[in-house]
Design a binder for this molecule. Structure first.
Ligand code: ZN
Length: 390
């Protein structure tokens, strides 16, 4: 395998506390990295870097691990511009929300859906995201959910079955029958294409008992749970997540002290999705409270056409620093190593010997610029599995 030396790195976020300043982000200055094929082979001071087949000069800019976006909904069709416009214009809007996207997604061809996935994954990659999770949830029939997962799994390993996004409109009169479908025939058809199972545990979607039944059924089929929890209101989602050893409880906007304690004591990551609060003018999740309690926090985009139509992790970092009480160091950790933890991965989200060679070069001297220069496209080069891809 050819080796590549990336040198003259002004500041390198490794997320390896044994490196550099000894902080959780293991910040090294005047650093270099050697990539060997798909993996990182060496990390250290530029002055001590070994020779490699090729050399890339980072010109005194910052290098960070590729972002790990552990929560997105990319298999969809249609557009909800009018809904967003109405919401931001203070007008009421009575279209169907998720149901609008369900109708458009069902009507779309496989090719249209796949083209959308490819487009938004490329968009995310250009902005530094090298690992992404994505979900079904806009089909809500056995055929359409399995189709969504099949399409997603051709483009990422982190695929989540979310048949329990909302109760299908076809079952509005009989939600129990829909839960039966989601835990039965639909699960059987979807499990081969997914790693994870998810449920939207919220008033108007699925209650705690339904969520427990859905996630437990998924576990029995070899899927690992993650949960949309405590987004719009207080509820049982977070505690259920910890109880079932879900990899992640996502949103975590409305938390009691007991919820925070449960997250701090369990192995479930709290994934915060500030694009959703931004796009709905809702109250921010309190990252500071979770971090001070000792919870592991991830930051992700929740990219979806309704409530958070951004694929930009840097944008989420800026929001988290400005409005959620995170330091720039905490935010970069959460968007990389935190996302990896939310996917139970340790091969991504850090720059260390043996980890995947997924890196982003910033047109800035420090990762702090991601929050300091919001909205500026600072990601200037991306390597994924050792290959320059964007
Ligand atoms: Zn979501």
């Amino acid at each position: 395998m050819p080796t590549t030396l990336i040198t003259n790195i002004a500041s390198l976020v490794t997320n390896d506390p044994s490196q550099g300043d000894g902080s959780p982000i293991g910040l090294l200055t005047d650093a270099a990295v050697v990539l060997d094929g798909e993996n990182v082979a060496w990390v250290g001071p530029a002055a001590k870097a070994p020779a490699a087949d090729t050399t890339y000069d980072a010109e005194n800019r910052a290098v960070i691990p590729g972002f790990v976006d552990s929560h997105s909904h990319l298999v969809f069709a249609g557009d909800r511009t009018q809904e967003f416009n109405a919401r931001m214009s203070g007008r009421s809007y009575s279209a169907g929300g998720i149901r609008t996207t369900v109708a458009a997604t069902r009507a779309a061809s496989d090719e249209e859906l796949e083209a959308n996935v490819v487009r938004y994954l490329a968009e995310a990659l250009r902005q530094g995201t090298t690992t992404f999770e994505t979900k079904s949830g806009y089909g809500l029939t056995t055929e359409h959910e399995a189709r969504a997962l099949r399409i997603a799994s051709a483009h990422t390993d982190e695929v989540t079955y979310l048949g329990a996004h909302i109760v299908s409109p076809d079952y509005a009169e009989d939600p129990a029958a829909y839960v039966e479908l989601v835990t039965g025939e639909m699960l059987d058809a979807c499990a081969p294409h997914a790693r994870w199972i998810d449920v939207f545990c919220e008033k108007g979607a699925f209650d705690g008992d339904q969520a427990r039944a859905i996630l437990t059924a998924g576990k029995a089929k070899g899927l690992h749970p993650r949960i949309h929890a405590n987004q719009l209101s207080y509820g049982p989602g977070v505690q259920l997540a910890v109880e079932l050893d879900a990899a992640s409880a996502d949103h975590c906007t409305h938390l009691t002290d007991a919820d925070v304690d449960a997250l701090a004591q369990g192995d479930t990551v709290a994934t915060l999705l500030p694009g959703a609060e931004f796009s709905t003018r809702a109250e921010w999740p309190d990252a500071r409270r979770l971090l001070d309690a000792g919870a592991t926090v991830a930051l992700s985009t929740d990219c979806n056409p309704g409530s958070s139509f951004t694929s930009s992790v840097p944008f989420c970092i800026a929001l988290a620093v400005r409005d959620m009480g995170m330091t720039p160091d905490e935010a970069i950790w959460s968007a990389t190593a935190g996302g990896a933890a939310a996917l139970r991965r340790d091969d991504v989200g850090r720059i260390a010997v043996g980890a995947r060679a997924d890196l982003a070069l910033l047109d800035a001297p420090s990762h702090v610029h991601l929050a300091y220069r919001p909205g500026v496209p600072l990601v200037t080069r991306v390597w994924r599995r050792g290959e320059p891809v964007a």
